[in-house]
Design a protein around this ligand. Structure first.
Ligand SMILES: C[S@@+](CC[C@H](N)C(=O)[O-])C[C@H]1O[C@@H](n2cnc3c(N)ncnc32)[C@H](O)[C@@H]1O
Length: 299
């Protein structure tokens, strides 16, 4: 059996009882190690808690060399551990499809994900649109396809969850070109960098999916002992020191219930200024009134 097991957001003990029982039966245990990190637990602590050796699975191993993970999963139990939920944000459907093609039995054991725990900032999950990922810009690569998705969400008044890039086990271009297996230290995007990139693309595009004064909430280290939330405009948050990773950002949509606003005000530097920013943004992005079709119009 191949078990895909969610580890939850932060602590060793965030794993579910069923997940832990499954690991105990497994002869090999892999930890997916490139889309997220378990903030309050080291590899050694996980191994001690499970009583098992845990192998780190990087992107290359999962995406191109997953045969090692799937090996003998028809005769033995193998665990593939994912921080958060195995289908939260990064979906590991590819691994499941490969296992199914080889007729290997698969079981998924779910856990909390950033995709639902984000609700603890006070915004209602029902009011979220498409989630987007913000990648680190380089001098020559500044992808902005996420902009259109934010725009679509904002047009219908929905909030946008922005997940921030993580670079683990990346090679520099020079080391890659020279075939040297030397890896750069891990990098995690901060809230300020994400907001700077948002502002840069808005300035380039100029189509006003949002403005520097659009309200947002920064969410850091969700589910850990020192989780924090900060409400502010995108411009204000571009100056915010968000501290240790992990971070996510939510850009508010126009459809903001009074209770959602009340919750977010607790995290604002100035409650009055934040409320004003919400009101102004709602007003600025108010859709044009609906005009009923005239009677002689053809359909
Ligand atoms: C690609 S997603 C993987 C999500 C994970 N599988 C899950 O279900 O939660 C990783 C990104 O989600 C966000 N994220 C994950 N955990 C977080 C946390 N505890 N606090 C804030 N953001 C988090 C960060 O932006 C991070 O770079």
């Amino acid at each position: 059996m191949l078990y895909l097991i969610g580890l939850g957001l932060s602590y060793t003990s965030d794993i579910t009882v069923r997940g832990l029982e499954a690991i105990k039966k497994c002869s090999r245990v892999y930890l997916e190690h490139y889309t997220s990190i378990l903030m309050a637990a080291s590899l050694e602590e996980l191994e001690e808690f499970y009583g098992k050796k845990v192998s780190l699975a990087d992107r290359e191993m999962v995406e191109s060399g997953c045969e090692e993970i799937l090996r003998d999963a028809d005769k033995e139990d193998v665990a593939f551990l994912v921080v958060g939920d195995p289908f939260g944000a990064t979906t590991h459907t590819d691994l499941v499809l490969r296992a199914k093609k080889q007729q290997l039995p698969v079981e998924v054991i779910h856990n909390a994900s950033v995709m639902n725990a984000v609700g603890s900032c006070g915004l209602q999950l029902y009011n979220f649109g498409q989630t987007v990922s913000m990648v680190f810009f380089t001098d020559s690569w500044r992808p902005d396809s996420w902009y259109d998705k934010i725009w679509e969400n904002r047009k219908i008044g929905l909030h946008t969850l922005v997940l921030l890039d993580i670079k683990v086990k990346e090679q520099s271009i020079e080391n890659m070109a020279r075939g040297r297996l030397i890896y750069e230290p891990p990098r995690y995007m901060s809230i300020s960098q994400c907001c700077e990139q948002l502002l840069e693309i808005e300035e380039n595009r100029g189509t006003k999916a949002y403005t520097p004064n659009t309200p947002a909430v920064a969410i850091s280290r969700l589910g850990s002992a020192n989780q924090t939330f900060k409400s502010g405009t995108i411009e204000e948050l571009s100056q915010y020191d968000s501290g240790e990773p992990l971070h996510s950002l939510v850009i508010l949509g126009r459809q903001c219930h009074e209770l959602e606003i009340e919750y977010l005000l607790e995290f604002a530097e100035s409650k009055d200024a934040f409320r004003q920013a919400v009101i102004q943004d709602q007003e600025y992005f108010k859709p044009a009134p609906w005009v009923p079709p005239s009677e002689d119009q053809d359909f």
